[in-house]
Write a protein that binds this ligand. Structure first.
Ligand code: AHR
Length: 520
């Protein structure tokens, strides 16, 4: 990796716009002090059967001219492998509570083609079912998070699904799975009991939901001892705590030998107002700042619901699972509005970094999240159009943050300063640090201000370090995007700096995300 020398850095800054004289932001860390592990599952993804998220984005079919392995796109698999995706949630979302798994197994030609009622009633072949999802997860080296149908399904249907996936090959369900091409039991690392049961999942009261939770928790079994399944209950979708209270109370008071749960789901999108109409590109600085301000509500949501969870589970055994988060913007002009297709800009990259940093700071309670959604839907990693594929700025942030997976959080002290525009105030910088399993210290720092570079001075104690090396992601403008014709507008560039007298000095470009490791 090439170190960006000071001359090049200064030229880059001169090109970046007028640099106002600001005092450097002082940060400090002690490499010997570590806190909670940043569970790799906080970098999880969500792939709902929605629009072209699955059909087109993952699945092209075995006979497609688009290069594929057993119907699954090779280019998408290669790109996702580089992200070390820890877990993928499927089949929904709202679709999960309309999905009947037996429609999607067996010979493809015999599967039921049905309208996707949750997302635009488009006719779907069900060619991508359980076995194809498991193949996909295996190809990218990830784990499966299955959302069971509580809204329009039954306990028996969900129990049979888990049996199909996890029973031994010589059992009734194992024989059926073997006949469909997979003798070995699958591993299901997470099982969601319903989705947004307070809304599209059946509009249930908290009490109605908790009675379902106990039944599904009791009778839907995992039979594969090689992978214990974590059960995730439906939780809140905002600041209201009624679901959190009811589910955690049920966990505390009614949990016995017969059922258990390991996670409580929280859903929170950044959309400003419903229906989402904020532009994905072609917006001004005010919209840049207001949208980012809105995403910071994640901190309050986590703190509010963690406080309730602490009452019932002070040992923090149950994880707060943010299994839907990200930006929800106006659909790409000309696209089917039910497909939730949107472009992804440098603002989304900053938004992703903000949220990941919040999750890392709450790593003791937040041990799993899923950004919505992986391909072609909402804040995607990847956009595809037939044989074309492009990686988004959000993809690059997730790739740059890979070293934080399972690393130990290292407290970083700093005064962030303020970036202000049109009465909106945001922290000028946002940063986290962590110690990876190999002992390396990693720093991620975002310069939120789209106008001014930020000088940082990081004092490092507890380790010898000679330089910092890594990558920085920035763009000609905060609304810049990658397109099929111009895929490299927002891509990370190598960056580095010397460390002298135990201090790292770096200049961060306006609206940028930088991840570096400290090395001798
Ligand atoms: O991600 C899109 C939708 O948002 C999901 O299907 C639903 O759970 C949420 O409301």
């Amino acid at each position: 990796m090439r170190l960006m020398n000071i001359g090049i850095a200064l030229t880059a800054l001169a090109l970046a716009g007028p640099a106002l004289a600001d005092a450097p932001v002082a940060l400090s860390l002690d490499a010997t002090k570590t806190e909670a592990r940043i569970d790799r599952h906080i970098f999880g993804q969500f792939a709902e059967d929605l629009g072209t998220g699955v059909y087109g984005g993952i699945w092209v079919g075995k006979d497609s001219p688009i290069p594929n392995v057993r119907g699954i796109r090779k280019d998408v698999v290669a790109a996702l492998k580089a992200l070390h995706v820890p877990v993928v949630r499927w089949p929904g979302g709202c679709y999960a509570d309309e999905y009947h798994w037996q429609d999607g197994i067996g010979p493809t030609a015999a599967r039921k083609a049905l309208p996707n009622h949750a997302w635009g009633n488009v006719l779907e072949t069900n060619a991508f079912g359980t076995d194809e999802f498991m193949d996909f997860v295996d190809q990218i080296g990830s784990e499966a998070y299955i959302s069971a149908n509580v809204g329009s399904g039954t306990v028996k249907e969900a129990a049979d699904w888990m049996a199909y996936m996890t029973m031994p090959a010589d059992s009734y369900w194992g024989k059926l799975r073997t006949a469909n091409g997979h003798a070995a039991p699958y591993k299901v690392s997470m099982l969601g009991i319903g989705n947004e049961s307070w809304d599209c999942g059946g509009h249930m009261s908290p009490a109605e939901y908790t009675s379902q939770l106990k039944l599904y928790g009791r009778f839907v079994h995992n039979y594969n001892n090689d992978m214990p399944t974590q059960v995730i209950a439906v939780g809140p979708g905002g600041l209201e705590t009624d679901y959190t209270e009811a589910v955690m109370q049920t966990y505390k008071k009614n949990r016995n030998w017969s059922w258990d749960m390991h996670g409580l789901s929280l859903h929170s999108y950044t959309w400003m107002a419903w229906p989402p109409s904020w532009k994905a590109t072609g917006f001004g600085e005010k919209e840049y700042a207001e949208f980012l301000k809105d995403t910071l509500k994640m901190e309050q949501l986590i703190e509010t619901h963690s406080a309730v969870m602490n009452k019932y589970d002070p040992e923090k055994r149950v994880s707060l699972v943010v299994d839907e988060w990200g930006s929800w913007l106006a659909p790409t002009p000309g696209s089917n509005p039910s497909f939730l297709q949107q472009q992804n800009s440098m603002r989304d990259a900053v938004l992703a970094a903000f949220n990941i940093n919040i999750f890392a700071r709450h790593a003791d309670r937040v041990r799993h999240t899923n950004i919505a959604q992986m391909i072609n839907v909402l804040q995607a990693m990847i956009l595809t159009d037939r044989d074309k594929m492009v990686l988004t700025p959000t993809y690059h942030v997730f790739k740059m943050y890979v070293p934080f997976q399972d690393a130990a959080f290292v407290p970083l002290s700093y005064k962030a300063g303020t970036y202000k525009v049109n009465g909106v105030s945001l922290p000028r910088i946002d940063a986290i640090a962590a110690k990876a399993k190999d002992g390396k210290i990693w720093i991620a720092v975002t310069n939120v201000d789209p106008n001014r570079p930020a000088d940082i001075d990081l004092a490092i104690a507890g380790m010898p370090a000679g330089k910092a090396v890594g990558e920085t992601l920035t763009a000609p403008k905060f609304d810049a995007v990658n397109t099929f014709d111009a895929p490299d507008t927002v891509v990370p560039k190598p960056v580095g700096a010397a460390i002298a007298g135990g201090k790292l000095h770096m200049t961060l470009a306006p609206a940028s995300v930088t991840v570096v490791s400290l090395v001798p």
